[in-house]
Design a binder for this molecule. Structure first.
Ligand code: NDP
Length: 310
C-alpha cells in the first residue's frame, strides 16, 4: 500500500494542472493516468483556443508539455485505471487495476467525460466497422469515401470539417433546424462545399453487410412532411456530446441527475472532506480545456489549504 498527501485521478488538462500546483506546494502528488494519457483533448486535431498558443497547438504537444511541467516539480505518474475507491471509511482508499492500493489524505478527481452514442441497436453492430466517436482517430480509414457526422455542436462541426479534408463527401446530420456550434465553426461547415448539412434529420438505423454502407434517416419526424431517406455512407461518426466518467464514484460522492460531480458553489470541493473534483467530470456547462485547467488549479489550492488545516 502506498500513501500520498494528494492523489489525482485523470490526465487531462484538469489533472495535470492540479498536479503542477500540488507538486509546487510540496505535496508530492501521485497522478493515475487512466486509459489515455491526455484525456479527451487527444481526440481533437488542433487546439486553437487555449490561451498562449497563437498558432494553435497539437493536442499531444500540449498535453506532453503539461505532463513534463508536472513531472518537473515532482509528480509521480502511475499508468493504469482506477477500478475501485472507498471514501466512506475514514482514510481515502484507491485501487489501481484492482491490485495496487493507495491511500491519500486528499483526492482530486479529474476523470473527464466520454462520448455519447445515440442508443440505436445498429450502432453496436457496426462499432469498429464504420461507427466511431472520434474523427481524428479513425478518419484516416475513410479517405476519399463518404461519411456522416451526427450532431450540431462544436464537436460535430470540428469533426465534419476535419473529415472534409480527407473524405469525398461529409453529411452532417442535425436534429434541429439550426446548428448550436459557435459562429466560427458554423461558418467553416456551411462554407465547405464537401459538407452537406441535413437539418431536422434523425438516424433510424445503419445498414450494410458486415460494415456500414448506409443509413436510413427520418426528416421532420411526426410532421405532415415527414420523410424517410437513405444515404450511402462508409463511416458514421457520433459527435453528440459526452457523459461524465463518474460511475466509479456513484454512491460515495454526490452527483447530479446527469452524473456530474456536484461541487460546493464557487469551489472544487465535493460533499466529502478532502475530495475535490475538477474538469469535465464536474462541469456540465463549459467543457473547455482552459476551464478544466483552471478548475484543476483551484482543486489543488483547495487541497493544499485542506492539508494545512489538518
Ligand atoms: P454539445 O452538447 O454542445 O452539442 C451536442 C450536439 O449533439 C447538439 O447539436 C445536440 O443537438 C446533438 N445531439 C445530442 N443528442 C442527440 C441525439 N440523440 N440525436 C441527435 N443529435 C443529438 O456537445 P459538443 O461535444 O459539441 O460540445 C461540448 C462543449 O465543448 C461545448 O461547450 C462546445 O462549445 C465545446 N467544444 C469546443 C470546441 C472548440 O471550441 N474548438 C470543440 C469541441 C467542443 P441539440 O442542439 O438539438 O441539443
Amino acid at each position: 500500500m502506498t500513501h500520498t498527501e494528494c492523489l489525482i485521478i485523470g490526465s487531462g488538462p484538469a489533472g495535470y494542472t492540479a498536479a503542477i500546483y500540488a507538486a509546487r506546494a510540496n505535496h508530492n502528488p501521485i497522478l493515475i493516468e487512466g486509459p489515455q494519457m491526455g484525456g479527451q483533448l487527444m481526440t481533437t486535431t488542433v487546439v486553437e483556443n487555449f490561451p498562449g498558443y497563437p498558432d494553435g497547438v497539437e493536442p499531444f504537444q500540449m498535453m506532453d508539455d503539461l505532463r513534463r511541467q508536472a513531472e518537473r516539480f515532482g509528480t509521480q505518474f502511475v499508468s493504469g485505471i482506477v477500478t475501485k475507491v472507498d471514501f466512506m471509511h475514514g482514510e481515502h482508499h484507491i485501487w489501481v487495476e484492482d491490485t495496487d492500493e493507495y491511500t491519500a489524505d486528499t483526492v482530486i478527481i479529474a476523470t473527464g467525460a466520454s462520448a455519447r452514442y445515440l442508443g440505436i441497436p445498429s450502432e453496436d453492430t457496426y462499432r469498429g466497422h464504420g461507427v466511431s466517436a472520434c474523427a481524428t482517430c479513425d478518419g484516416f480509414f475513410y479517405r476519399k469515401k463518404t461519411v456522416a457526422v451526427v450532431g450540431g455542436g462544436d464537436t460535430a462541426c470540428e469533426e465534419a470539417t476535419y473529415l472534409a479534408g480527407l473524405c469525398e463527401k461529409v453529411y452532417l446530420i442535425v436534429r434541429k433546424p439550426f446548428l448550436r456550434a459557435s459562429e466560427i465553426m458554423q461558418q467553416r461547415v456551411l462554407n465547405n462545399p464537401k459538407i452537406e448539412v441535413l437539418f431536422e434529420h434523425n438516424t433510424l438505423t445503419l445498414t450494410g453487410e458486415g460494415k456500414v454502407e448506409g443509413a436510413d434517416l427520418i426528416y421532420r419526424k411526426g410532421e405532415p412532411d415527414e420523410t424517410i431517406r437513405h444515404i450511402d455512407i462508409n463511416g458514421f461518426f457520433l459527435a453528440i456530446g459526452h457523459h461524465p466518467n463518474t460511475q466509479l464514484f456513484r454512491g460515495q460522492i454526490e452527483l447530479d441527475e446527469e452524473g456530474f460531480i456536484r461541487t460546493v458553489s464557487g469551489t472544487q470541493a465535493t460533499n466529502l472532506a478532502g475530495i475535490f473534483a475538477a474538469g469535465d467530470c464536474a462541469d456540465p456547462h463549459y467543457r473547455q480545456a482552459i476551464v478544466a485547467a483552471g478548475s484543476g488549479c483551484k482543486a489543488a489550492i483547495e487541497a493544499d489549504k485542506y492539508l494545512k488545516s489538518k
